[in-house]
Design a protein around this ligand. Structure first.
Ligand SMILES: *Cc1c(COP(=O)(O)O)cnc(C)c1O
Length: 356
């Protein structure tokens, strides 16, 4: 068994892997694999319905919102959200908190919009979240990235906005409670905290659908998928199925409320070690630290190879930092247990006992 700190695709509960593997051979006693069964079969239609209902249950999605599974990842979500939110002004406000926000801004341009970067943390290599941002009232929408997977920052409080809010929640959805009513579009690639790559989750306020000022290609119109219950075309069957299994598992274990506590415990354990260990330091502003992706560097790289060998020998994988930050990144998605974080902390301590 490995301790998977990889940034994505994400670790999933072992039970989910096991159930999913059984369904690959024989899906719910149908004698067919989940990989070959018709997406129009009553068995799969039930999976799609349950997946949507579990999303609503897990996040307390209020009336007037729909849940849909699309494809193309969050990367296509950048374009889809811009096209669907574009109104007469075509101006859109973006807060730039790193690589993914930048890509979102570019897709707004590709959609024919005029993105305005109203705040950025680019002056400090995105190691903090801009605060007290004035959101202009004359833009069609505000776009934010809730958790910055690469740089290790996370909104603890979302900005106040009088205009509709679009949020890329790819890397922290289902990790903590959110108030869905504060958002008009939430989107997330499944593979960061929900399930296998392939599906992109959209949670949309019904009111915003069908009001775009641009001509949206059929597939990119969220309304297409809401109207057809995510069955407009062949959905990413396996990704939706395993996401459904994972949501069942999440809810059976106390839901988002329970996992949020565990995620906080994991983050406290690792950040406390980073702060007290003389050989390591965090890369981000303390108040903006992500509970999902913990970025840190060595204060002295003399014995780096030895440290890398130690965590490798302890069964840890996926700890290498993104090239734009360097150092290390410990991604601690829902399915990573507290015991895995303890293994990492023990290695860090053993290392500093030797070399500090
Ligand atoms: C990974 C990631 C993306 C890109 O997701 P894809 O599904 O690979 O397109 C976008 N935004 C955030 C915050 C991410 O972590």
């Amino acid at each position: 068994m490995k301790h998977n700190f990889g940034a994505g695709p994400c670790i999933l509960p072992q039970e989910v892997f096991k159930e999913a593997s059984e369904a690959v051979v024989n899906f719910e006693g149908t004698g067919l694999s989940i990989l070959e069964i018709s997406h129009r079969s009553k068995e799969f239609v039930a999976v799609m319905e349950e997946a949507q209902n579990l999303v609503k249950k897990a996040l307390n999605v209020p009336e007037g919102y729909s849940v849909a599974f699309l494809q193309g990842g969050a990367s296509l979500g950048f374009l889809i959200s811009a096209m669907n939110m574009m109104r007469d002004s075509k101006k859109a406000a973006y807060i730039n908190t790193g690589a993914w926000s930048k890509k979102a801004i570019k897709e707004c341009e590709n959609a024919g919009g005029a993105p305005i970067e109203i705040a950025s943390s680019g002056d400090k290599n995105f190691n903090y979240i801009p605060k007290n941002v004035e959101v202009p009232g004359d833009c069609d929408y505000l776009h934010i990235t809730s958790n910055n997977t690469i740089f290790g920052t996370q909104y603890k409080e979302f900005p106040k906005s009088s205009i509709p809010v679009v949020c890329d929640m790819s890397s922290d959805i289902f990790s903590r409670k959110i108030n869905v009513a504060d958002f008009d579009i939430i989107y997330a690639g499944a593979q960061k905290n929900l399930g296998p790559a392939g599906a992109t989750l959209f949670i949309v306020k019904d009111e915003i659908l069908g009001k775009s000022s641009v001509n949206i290609p059929t597939y990119l119109n969220i309304k297409t998928h809401v109207d057809k219950d995510s069955m407009f075309n062949t959905p990413p069957v396996f990704s939706v199925y395993v996401s459904m299994l994972n949501l069942r598992h999440l809810i059976a274990n106390g839901g988002v409320e329970a996992i949020e506590k565990v995620n906080q415990e994991k983050a406290d354990l690792l950040y406390n070690e980073i702060d007290s260990n003389p050989l390591f330091e965090g890369t981000t502003a303390k108040e903006d630290r992500s509970n999902m992706n913990v970025t840190f560097v060595m204060t002295d790289e003399t014995h780096k190879e030895e440290f890398d060998k130690m965590w490798n020998d302890a069964g840890i994988v996926g700890l290498k930092g993104h090239r734009s930050v360097g150092g290390y990144r410990a991604s601690m998605y829902n399915a990573l247990g507290l015991e895995s974080v303890q293994v990492l902390v023990d290695v860090m301590r053993e290392f500093s006992n030797k070399y500090a």
